[in-house]
Design a protein around this ligand. Structure first.
Ligand SMILES: Cc1cc2nc3c(=O)[nH]c(=O)nc-3n(C[C@H](O)[C@H](O)[C@H](O)COP(=O)(O)O)c2cc1C
Length: 368
């Protein structure tokens, strides 16, 4: 197998990537408070990883209502836009490219994040799920998500506009594009699935109706910043968080056809990253290829061999790595030279904290 395939350039939307090793989006919860403002430390972290073909930023809330975890960044205030400029400038100066992941958590949230004490969703159904919240004692813990309030049609349409504004803000902040987070049981995914969407209006019922919200966002954001600067993240295989819908795969494949019509740059699949996750079938991959002409990026426990295998078969274009990028800022170099990979030293540094476990992982050195 030609082991340099991962290092071959790729075209994703209007970007030319020098390699196919993508940094997957990862929440690290290190913003400045109050205000959920990106910091200089975050800029250092991303710039250290600028050798990725493309970096996708951590999930970033499009509005105060879209927040569901402590210390995650936003992209709706001027301070946040200015804060993000530090990151985009540092990444570009280091020769990299970076998209922002746009996020609305919907019901995956907690009352205390919201001025009116309410979380929102397509339907008033609580997920069987928890979010990470730092209490007044300064200690982070997992807390149950309460029962959300069902959104009205007017509210849904105004959230579509929030995505539009957030995308414009991301471009103003210097991002090369945006990735719409439509996976992992967050708001858009909640609309896609019959388990979380019990609406009887134009946003619920048939697959076409459940896809409508995602399609409106994709179209509106594409009209605002250009479809070649837009990607979408999907997680067809998750069953946790109240997402276990036997029609999920067919719904998501149908959605992919609609995203194709919008001409967006890529689909980024969040695949299995847990132990007994389902195997993604070749049939699924081939069908997705038939329905979608843009690039396909996959993430989920990949290593060099498994990633190369899919690229060589022509089933995907790029491989995204999450945890390996946390502990190996120079991951493309290490992969291309078959060098040993560092592991995550202390999992308590994943969410929140300072430079420890964040910007202190070294690049490869022979002597180390
Ligand atoms: C610390 C951490 C934070 C994550 N945050 C996000 C996120 O903000 N948005 C998202 O779509 N996926 C998120 N993920 C999932 C990753 O993007 C990726 O799909 C997953 O880690 C599997 O890839 P890996 O096995 O290479 O780590 C996160 C994963 C980790 C480990």
């Amino acid at each position: 197998m030609p082991s340099d395939l991962l290092m071959r350039p790729a075209r994703v939307g209007s970007l030319s990537l020098p390699n196919r090793v993508i940094m997957a989006t990862m929440t690290r919860s290190r913003t400045q408070q109050p205000g959920d403002i990106p910091t200089a430390l975050m800029a250092t972290y991303y710039a250290q990883r600028a050798s990725a073909g493309l970096i996708v930023s951590e999930a970033t809330q499009i509005s105060p209502q879209g927040k569901g975890y402590s210390f995650t960044p936003g992209i709706y205030s001027q301070e946040q836009i200015e804060g993000w400029k530090l990151t985009t400038k540092a990444v570009h100066q280091a020769g990299g490219r970076i998209f922002m992941q746009l996020w609305h958590v919907g019901r995956m949230s907690h009352s205390s994040f919201h001025a009116d004490g309410q979380t929102v969703a397509p339907s008033a159904l609580a997920p069987d799920a928890q979010v990470w919240m730092v209490g007044e004692d300064g200690i982070g813990r997992m807390v149950d998500c309460p029962t959300p309030r069902a959104l009205s049609v007017d509210e849904i349409q105004s959230i579509v506009q929030d995505y539009r504004q957030a995308a414009l803000n991301a471009v103003e902040a210097g991002f090369d594009g945006v990735e719409i987070h439509a996976g992992n049981g967050y708001l858009i995914d909640q609309f896609l699935r019959r388990t979380s969407n019990k609406r009887t209006d134009i946003y619920g019922g048939s697959a076409e109706n459940r896809i409508r919200f995602a399609s409106e966002i994709v179209k509106t954001v594409s009209d605002a910043i250009g479809s070649k600067k837009v990607g979408i993240r999907l997680a067809p295989f998750i069953t946790q968080r109240g997402m276990d819908d036997s029609e999920a795969i067919t719904t998501i494949l149908l959605a992919a056809k609609q995203f194709n019509r919008a001409g967006i740059a890529y689909i980024h699949l969040a695949e299995a990253d847990w132990d007994d996750a389902p195997v993604v079938t070749t049939t699924f991959r081939e069908t997705l290829r038939t329905y979608f002409d843009g690039s396909i990026i996959v993430a989920g426990n990949y290593n060099k061999a498994s990633g190369l295998d899919l690229i060589q078969k022509g089933l995907v274009d790029c491989i995204a790595f999450g945890r390996k990028f946390i502990a190996n800022p120079d991951l493309p170099y290490r992969l291309s030279h078959d060098l040993p990979l560092h592991g995550i030293t202390d999992p308590t540094t994943l969410f929140g904290g300072n430079e420890q476990g964040y910007t202190d992982y070294p690049v490869y050195s022979k002597s180390a």
